[in-house]
Unconditional design. Structure first.
Length: 104
């Protein structure tokens, strides 16, 4: 998706120098609860490995694997994906070329 929208030089500077602060400001501007940012950062910041795997079979969706021990499941619901749950266990490595097959 290409956009011709120009970005203000001050915003560019904020993105470069203080990316975390920029995301907090942008979330506030778009009325996203600050807790969501904290939850996401808490969940992903300590991960050493994040893998993704598409679901096989009749259901469309994907699984995120965090550090090969925790999985988060998402299923397609019309034109978007919804969270379906999570599991704990030992998982193998994911497929790093999963996005290579996407149409351009």
């Amino acid at each position: 998706m290409k956009t011709n929208k120009k970005i203000n030089w001050l915003i560019k500077l904020l993105i470069i120098l203080l990316p975390k602060r920029f995301l907090q400001w942008e979330a506030w501007r778009r009325e996203v609860a600050p807790e969501r940012l904290r939850y996401a950062e808490h969940l992903f910041s300590d991960c050493k490995r994040i893998d993704i795997q598409p679901l096989c079979g009749q259901t469309r969706g994907f699984i995120l694997f965090l550090d090969s021990r925790f999985s988060i499941w998402f299923f397609q619901d019309g034109d978007h994906f919804t969270f379906d749950g999570y599991e704990v266990g030992e998982y193998g490595a994911g497929e790093v070329t999963v996005f290579d097959r996407l149409a351009k």
